[in-house]
Design a protein around this ligand. Structure first.
Ligand code: KG4
Ligand code: ZN
Length: 353
């Protein structure tokens, strides 16, 4: 069974081919046009998807060795995401599926992140917990059986990746900020500054990351920082991380600031996942989404799993951030169950799980 997956919900144009669940190709084109703006510009994203979609799909088919005629279905993200960006992938997929006379399978992007844990062995067994941490979402989900999910908790304000991106922007590091903060944090002291851990009481499975982000901003202001930084985005777009307009004290402690922030975020993520393990008694636990690429989160999840006796599943780095292989994986599950979509399927920017 050959499934073509297509993902265009944000700033990655991606296409992948899965044969019986095995990844044959996974082509990802990250749009660089957004860097100079310090964040994703929706209109530029859809324009870039329009330019990239045909070459990216052609490349995915070429690498896979699967001909277009051998495709059994086209699986595509129809939400959540940016309306204009989603529409490019969805309309392309509809036209292709219609032209080939094969079914269209609409996939929820968050469901795709969950099933990124099935792209390589070993796979989690049902029921399992999944912590999805991305730029737009932070959700704790109980997956009871294939495609059956129960949302246990989510963020009340910023997503974890969003907090990373905003702190990186404050520091003039560039976009996306997560990997840059992660890299700097490796040489920093996590106890350099005291930052709040928003646990929201003793039992809550919800998240809040706006407080820690604001605490970083207040600390910076107390240390002579003025926003916006002159030339910050230009200075940081290559990930150099030291815009000249940062006060000396802040510039010399960039790694410490990043390490302190990272430690506050990761501690909360680990604690919430532990709470969910205790509350559900489930022993297979997965993480997914862009922030699951974070080195400290991966390390802490590994050591906590060993200490607490649950089994942790972490996708390979290339399957953490947005990619079409995960969409094809969820699409394969749907297609096998006859869960195909009509050609009247619409993009839903705020689609929930
Ligand atoms: O899943 P994803 O590619 O897109 C969404 O669905 O949002 O996640 C992107 C997010 C961005 O906020 C990015 O800064 C963050 O994931 N991210 C990271 C790392 N790599 C990507 N955050 C922390 N550490 C990383 N290594
Ligand atoms: Zn995503």
């Amino acid at each position: 069974m050959n499934i073509l997956g297509i993902e265009t919900s944000c700033d990655e144009t991606s296409a992948a081919v899965l044969s019986d669940g095995e990844v044959r190709s996974n082509v990802i084109s990250s749009q660089l046009v957004h860097r100079e703006y310090g964040g994703v510009v929706p209109e530029l994203a859809s324009r870039a998807h329009q330019q990239l979609i045909v070459p990216v799909v052609e490349e995915a088919l070429r690498v896979s060795g699967v001909s277009m005629d051998s495709l059994d279905a086209v699986a595509v993200t129809y939400g959540p995401g940016l309306m204009g960006a989603l529409l490019v992938g969805l309309n392309f997929s509809k036209a292709l599926a219609y032209g080939l006379g094969i079914p269209l399978v609409g996939v929820n992007h968050m469901e795709g992140h969950i099933y990124s844990n099935f792209l390589e062995d070993p796979n989690p067994e049902y029921p399992f917990l999944c912590l999805i941490v991305s730029g737009g979402h932070t959700q704790l989900v109980l997956i009871t059986s294939p495609l059956e999910h129960e949302l246990l908790g989510e963020t009340l304000d910023d997503a974890a990746g969003e907090a990373y991106d905003k702190v990186a922007k404050m520091l003039g590091l560039g976009f996306p900020g997560g990997p840059l903060v992660d890299r700097l944090a490796q040489n920093g002291r996590p106890d350099f500054m005291g930052l709040p851990r928003s646990l929201l009481g003793n039992t809550s499975l919800e998240f809040s990351f706006s407080g820690v982000k604001t605490a970083v901003l207040y600390w910076l202001r107390d240390n002579g920082y003025r926003y916006p930084l002159e030339g910050a985005v230009d200075g940081g777009s290559e990930g150099t991380g030291t815009p000249h307009s940062l006060p000396e004290h802040i510039r010399t402690h960039l790694s410490d600031i990043c390490a302190s922030f990272q430690s506050a975020v990761v501690e909360v993520l680990v604690e919430k996942l532990l709470r969910a393990v205790r509350a559900t008694g489930v022993s297979h636990v997965a993480i997914a989404g862009g922030v699951s690429a974070n080195s400290e989160l991966r390390r802490r999840m590994d050591s906590t799993a060993r200490a607490k006796g649950f089994k942790i599943f972490i996708p390979a780095l290339k399957y953490c951030t947005d990619n079409a292989a995960m969409i094809a994986a969820a699409g394969t599950l749907r297609f096998k169950r006859g869960m195909t979509s009509g050609f009247d399927l619409n993009a839903i920017p705020n689609l929930s799980l």
